[in-house]
Design a protein. Sequence first.
Length: 250
Amino acid sequence: MSIVQEIRCSNCGAPIDFKPGEIVATCKYCGYTTVIETGKAFTFEHSMLLNRYDPAQIDEPIKNWMLAGFLKPSDLAKKSRVEEKTLIYLPFWIVSIEVRSNYKGIFERIAPPVVKEGKIEKKYDWLVLARKASEFPTREYDVPLKGKIPYDFRKIEAFAKVLNSEIDRNQTVELAKQQIEEHHRYLVQQDVDKIVEMKNEMDIKQVVYLHAPIWFVKYGYKGKTYQLLMDGATGTTIKGDIPSAGFGMF
């Protein structure tokens, strides 16, 4: 289906801004959410998490992160300098799903090898980033779902950026299923060395579209620049570069 070149909000009539590749967009004037391909109103739950920090207040949790943890240089908080702080409301899909995996495999860690059968039953609020070209540590982000409210454009700060979804509900569900299947294969391989058979049953309970406030922080330390991702709803660190740890994210 071709994407229309221009659409107007069916609620207030204002033009809706969107970029190539975006599928679901929200009117910045009235908060109404629209499916770009059709111009029709979005029919699924659209929620958001409230950001609790302004650009000055976010400095405290940043400093607290720098001071905590034995892996960090002892002078990190003192000698580092925050170079950039950007608040972005990232779009996520949350798939509430029940999964049952029945498997048969061979346990080879003893002799002789034995055949084992088992079952894994899990409930997930599986998080899928709604941007195709972006990397985000979704498995490390513990979304504070209890704090979500209906999307309200009036609660978006003037200095913040809001990104739209680049994948639709059906694409999200298929992606979530693939990721969960990979995750369950990993779990099964903790019990058996070779998987002979594995069957998954997945029951979708709910799919929610959510915007979450994420602070993208860049800081300098001894001539190099590092990145820190912070949850604007709770002030907790999602992931951060540590200079003394092989320049990896922790």
